[in-house]
Ligand binder design. Sequence first.
Ligand code: HEC
Ligand code: HEC
Ligand code: HEC
Ligand code: HEC
Ligand code: HEC
Length: 252
Amino acid sequence: MALGLGLGMALGIALPLMAAPAWASDDGHSDGGHAEEPHAPTPTGDVFVAGSVCEAHELRALAAEKPSMTIEIPPEFAGQWPSRSACESARLAWDPEAPGPIQPIPFSHKHHAGEFGIDCQYCHSGTDRSPAAGVPSVELCMGCHAQFPASYDEIEGIRILKEHWEERKPIEWIQIHRLPEHVQFRHNRHIQAGVECQTCHGPVEKLDKLYLVPDEHWKYGVPVQKMEMGWCLNCHRDNDNQASIDCTRCHY
Ligand code: HEC
Ligand code: HEC
Ligand code: HEC
Ligand code: HEC
Ligand code: HEC
């Protein structure tokens, strides 16, 4: 147990099903509960057994670095899917240390929009036609995920997704970018004028977990992060943009 936990912590992942190594079981330590902290395990003799496909990916990678390590991958966890990067993204999307809110499902933009190249507007459809960008429906997620092998159920986020699908419940995503009520913003006008999503939202396709990204370049003198009036105005004033700075365009 302790070995599994230690390894999990070293990797930054939970490895709850790791088999207990030989020295932890038959060494006569039966004083219950407060057994002495085990010393660092010797690499030889310990067998690390994968308890899921994601753990199998991690163990293979570790063993590649440390050939003295003995690993065992049970056949049911020897498959390729979910991929190592899907396991990794699911973990990082729920990383409490990373900036941004913990969403109901560890959904990664880096994995979907970055690695798999799924178009922003495939999920945020109508961004070019309507004021709001919106988030995709459970049906849209399931259009892909219903076809995935059952091995994906080991990712908690996939199980939560399927529960919502079965119970016909929408996912309550936490909104990150939000302007005050008195401001009018229209996505469609910006998309039609050729402004990239990333200009306002940052490098979304590189992030496992979304948050208000500060503008690295500070192009308009104000960080994008705050979505302040000065930021809107500075871009609107830019001659190339021909956008209005009339108060009533943005305020009702
Ligand atoms: C166009 C197909 C497609 C759509 C639509 C889609 N996914 Fe995925 N999803 C994938 C692929 C491909 C993977 C990664 C497979 C792999 O690498 O093993 C994935 C992986 C995941 C994972 C694992 C962690 C991660 O993010 O990589 C979660 C959780 C997930 N999807 C949730 C969702 C949710 C929620 C939605 C809807 C908002 C959704 N997916 C929509 C194709 C899709
Ligand atoms: C597979 C579906 C999918 C794709 C592709 C996708 N998104 Fe998303 N997007 C979501 C989901 C689900 C959420 C809500 C969860 C979250 O915030 O991570 C979201 C949230 C967002 C948000 C935050 C909204 C808020 O609450 O303020 C932004 C900004 C965003 N997406 C931009 C993009 C951009 C830009 C791209 C393309 C580079 C993109 N998305 C591609 C599904 C998708
Ligand atoms: C000119 C800046 C700008 C551009 C370009 C832009 N957005 Fe936004 N986006 C915003 C602002 C501002 C909000 C907050 C809107 C509000 O609170 O009314 C927002 C909110 C969102 C939200 C939260 C849900 C919603 O509908 O309000 C999503 C999702 C989103 N944007 C996705 C995208 C995607 C995808 C693109 C590119 C196709 C994009 N945005 C382009 C500024 C922008
Ligand atoms: C990166 C540049 C950029 C940023 C940042 C930006 N805009 Fe714009 N905005 C434009 C452009 C370009 C247009 C389109 C002008 C046109 O339709 O010809 C536009 C148009 C608009 C319109 C429609 C104006 C009209 O004439 O009806 C509104 C409203 C608006 N923006 C509000 C905002 C708000 C609010 C913000 C900040 C939260 C913002 N914009 C941030 C570039 C920007
Ligand atoms: C391009 C869009 C845009 C235009 C044009 C614009 N505003 Fe704003 N305004 C915003 C946004 C976005 C906010 C909310 C963010 C913030 O408080 O900085 C805001 C906030 C405000 C606030 C509230 C500030 C606070 O501290 O709560 C006032 C007052 C205001 N605007 C007045 C004006 C006046 C007066 C004009 C005309 C001279 C104007 N705005 C033109 C986008 C705009």
